[in-house]
Structures are given as C-alpha cells and as structure tokens.
Design a protein around this ligand. Structure first.
Ligand code: ADP
Length: 490
C-alpha cells in the first residue's frame, strides 16, 4: 500500500503544535511497520535551513502558471521519504508557517495552502514524473482541506482520509477567494465549501474526503454536538458513520524519563530517586524555594483560552494559600503573556514563569513537577498529559476529548482497582479546577497513595505503535478492491 501523508508541519522540521508531533511520529511508525508512506511539507525558509542537501526531483507548472520545485529528503531520524513543495513566493519568508511577524495570519494564507493542495493533487495522480502512485492520501487539518475536494474532480483517484486535529482552526477566507483561487463556482454552497458567507478550507476535507478521523474517541463524539462543533456539528453528525476517533500516541523515544538526555537525572517507576533530583533542579531553575515537601504543579502549552490558562491564573491565590508551587511554560496571546509575567514578579519563590517555546525546559517541567494542570475547555487529544503520565507527574484535567480518554480519575473504585492515574473534573470553571486540585493535594498528603498514582500512570502505554496499527487498518479498509470500485462508480 502506498500512502501520501500531507501536512503543514512535522517534527523535527517545523512545529507549532501537536499536529507536528503526529506528522512526525505516525509516518515514521508506519514506515517501520513496513508501509510505503511518504510525507509532503511546504518548503518553509526555516525548514530548508534544517535540511542540508535536499534533492530536486521534479519541477512543475500549475494551471495558474506558478512554477514549483519538488525537493526530496528524509525526515530526520527516520526512513520516511519527504517531499518539500518549494515555491519561494509562498514559503520563503521568516518566522511562523501561518503568522507574520505582527502575529496576524499571513494575508495570502488561502493562496499559499491552495497552491500546496494543487501540488498534492499532482503528486496524488502521479503527474510529477516520480513514478509513484499512492493508493491513499492522508490529509491533516484545514491547510490540506482542498485536497479531497480537488481530488473528487479526478477520475480514478486515490482514497482520501481527512484527520481533524483541532476543529477550531478552519481556514476561513472571504467569499471572493473562491473565484480568485479558480475553484468551481458550484462549490459556493453550504453543501460544499461555503460556511456562513465565507470560504472554508476545512469543509473541503469534511465534505469530500472518503473518511474522516479525529485524534481521540471522545472528541469524535463531541464534535458532532453543538457545544464542541464550531457550527460544523450538523455536517459531522451526518458523516458520523465515517468518522473514527484514533488516539494520538506519544513518542517514547523522546519522552522517556529513563534515558531523556534533557534531564539532570534519570528515573523509572521502580526507582524514583531521580525524579526528586529533577524536582530540585526545576525549583532552582525557576528560583523557587527548593523544598521537596512543597507540591509542585506545572503547565505547558499555547497561551490561548482553549487551554484554560485563564483558569490557572485565576486559581493562583488558592494555590498559594495551599502552599503549592507553580511553574508555567508557554507562549501565545499577549494578554496571557503579560498576566504571567506580572504574576511571576508578584510571587517570587512560589511561581515560576517562562514565556517562550522551549522543548528542553518542557522536558524538565514534565519530570520535575508532582502534578500537571490541563484545564482545557476542549482538547482534541492533548499530548502533555500523556507525557506527564510517563514522567510520573499526576495530571489534573478537564474531562473532555483526549483528556477524558487518557487519564483515569482517582475515584474510590479506580483507586481500589489500582487503575487510577490522575484527577478529572467536569465543567471548565475555577471552582471545579480548585476542587480537583484539592483532591490531588489530599492524595499527595498520603505518600503510599500518591506513589500508586505515579507508578500506575508510568505503566500506561500510549505508544504510537497501537495507534499506527489503527490507521493502517483504516487505510486498508479504504483501499480494498470493493472500496476502489465504489469510488469509481460514485
Ligand atoms: P496543541 O497541539 O493544541 O498545541 P498538544 O498538547 O496536542 O496541544 O501538543 C502540544 C505540543 O507542543 C506538545 O508537544 C507540547 O509539549 C508542546 N508545547 C506547547 N507549548 C510549548 C512551549 N511553550 N514550549 C515547549 N513545548 C511546548
């Protein structure tokens, strides 16, 4: 089976969030399982700086006259063939893949990712001279949303799978964009790409892909309801029989406290002494009182309302009252960055803040904390709570999406059955968060119980292998001779 995996970011070449983690780890795992899976990424300037000698393999001219070079490389540390779509006017610019230096979306994002989609269609139809015809194109998020739509116009096309990593990001543009991009006028319909008077890239995937998936079973249910559906719940509910929830995996090669090179000391569930050393190192790093007897909670994430950073900020007085220490690592909206900086200045020794994107520090926080706060209002999958589990850092989470699917609440029954791994709360409010923190602190006060939570969490296996197997199964279902015949005859 040949699979073309299309994404706008992939670790370790370019990353703004969890999509990059998936787009790096899933192709690598599937490749190791023997699948012929190839990755396609835009050749951003920052990405090309990380790829020493990409090989030019094709040059094509698109319908609009743009010329594009395809470069080939391997995703670093893997055997995954990776094609880079090189069109300097679209991708040779500084900074973030989606945002300009002013923090606003690049004004030509529609054109940039439409071009990316058109190149993907050429690759999918083997019209680039590579002599490689994929059976299935796996698209991810709105940046690749036009691919299933454009492929639907092609005879004998490969199967399409569209994965939703976060429904909040939809790729919405003004109505004139449809014509400017040369898309069929009949797509200006609520049954195609129109969404309340705007052009929606994500609808290209949601409407036209043969199958949909999202990154946890609970999120798959949630997005079919108005509360989590961002106006797309009706469409998603109508396709519920073709929507799977497959949990993301963690990359335990990178996230393993037993041999993480970014930690001052290693540890595992049989020998936790190294974790105490990591806690002391983290307290020192943030200028906190170096006290093993103070519970230390952490948070890492994009500073946006989705992640509930406002709830964490609001909970600080209660945390301080309870002698809890807090460290936060994040970057994002200016108002949250400012509030965090202010907080740090006001509470030296008790709260540590780093406004940055810092992989190495993220590892030390996962290792050095006792508890990890994830009060996300919605969370398609979430990775940090999965890392926390492996690092023996007990997660306190809002019971939504992937958080509900990965953390087992410390109910009396789950504790008795030694299944509990953390604390869930229902309803994203300050009171509910604080109540869950209080339950965690009661458990912390009982060292045997806490240790049981820690070691049960560390035993959980959310490796990519299992999730990748589910994707491989789905790929097979979508490419059986019957499925191919069904597509051919509409
Ligand atoms: P999302 O994709 O919504 O941002 P996820 O939990 O799925 O959230 O993935 C976030 C990824 O980005 C994780 O690997 C997390 O460790 C990382 N991350 C987020 N913010 C930071 C930061 N400020 N510094 C380091 N890593 C971060």
């Amino acid at each position: 089976m040949k699979i073309l995996f299309a994404s706008s970011e992939a670790h370790p070449l370019v990353k703004t969030g969890g999509l990059a983690d998936v787009s790096g780890a899933l192709p690598r795992t599937l490749r190791n399982l023997g699948e012929d899976i190839r990755l396609v990424l835009p050749a951003y300037r920052s990405l090309l700086e990380r790829v020493p000698n990409p090989v030019p393999v094709a040059r094509l001219t698109l319908g609009g006259g743009q010329t594009v070079r395809l470069l080939r490389t391997l995703l670093p540390g893997t055997r995954v063939t990776t094609y880079l779509v090189d069109h300097p006017p679209a991708f040779d610019r500084p900074g973030n893949p989606y945002l300009g230096p002013d923090g606003q979306d690049w004004p030509d994002n529609a054109d940039r990712f439409a071009l990316f989609a058109r190149v993907l269609v050429e690759l999918a139809r083997d019209r680039c001279g590579l002599d490689w015809q994929p059976d299935l194109v796996h698209c991810n998020d709105w940046q690749t949303g036009l691919v299933p739509a454009l492929l639907s116009l092609e005879p004998d096309r490969p199967a399409t799978l569209f994965t939703i990593h976060n429904l909040a990001y939809q790729g919405l543009f003004d109505g004139a964009t449809l014509g400017r991009l040369g898309l069929p006028p009949e797509w200006w319909s609520m049954h195609a790409l129109e969404f309340h008077g705007r052009l929606s890239f994500i609808k290209g995937g949601l409407v036209f892909a043969d199958w949909l998936s999202t990154v946890s079973p609970t999120y798959a249910d949630e997005i079919c309801s108005p509360e989590f559906g961002f106006g797309l719940d009706g469409l998603l509910a109508s396709r519920r029989d073709r929507l799977s929830g497959i949990l993301n995996g963690a990359d335990y090669d990178q996230w393993n406290p037993g041999r993480d090179p970014l930690l001052p000391q290693h540890y595992n569930r049989r020998s936790l002494a190294g974790k105490a050393a990591c806690k002391a190192a983290l307290q020192r790093r943030f200028g906190l009182d170096v006290r093993p007897d103070r519970p230390l909670f952490g948070h890492i994430g994009r500073l946006v309302e989705q992640k509930g950073i406002d709830l964490i900020l609001a909970a600080v007085p209660q945390l301080l009252e309870r002698q809890v220490q807090l460290v936060v690592l994040g970057s994002g909206e200016a108002r949250f960055e400012a509030a965090l900086r202010q907080l740090q200045a006001a509470t030296p020794g008790q709260v540590g803040v780093e406004v940055a994107y810092d992989e190495a520090l993220a590892h030390l926080i996962e290792a050095g904390c006792d508890g990890f706060l994830m009060p996300s209002r919605f969370e398609p999958c979430g990775l940090n709570q999965i890392y926390s589990l492996r690092y023996g850092t007990v997660p306190v989470v809002h019971a939504v999406g992937g958080l509900a699917d990965t953390v087992v609440d410390a109910s009396p029954t789950a504790l008795r059955e030694q299944r509990a791994t953390g604390f869930q709360f229902h309803g994203a409010s300050l009171a509910n968060l604080v109540q869950a923190i209080d339950r965690a602190l009661q458990a912390w006060a009982r060292p045997d119980l806490w240790r049981q939570l820690v070691t049960t969490g560390m035993r959980q296996d959310f490796s990519w292998k299992r999730s990748a197997g589910r994707y491989a199964e789905l790929y097979r279902t979508l490419t059986t001779p019957e499925a191919v015949a069904e597509r051919r005859h509409g």
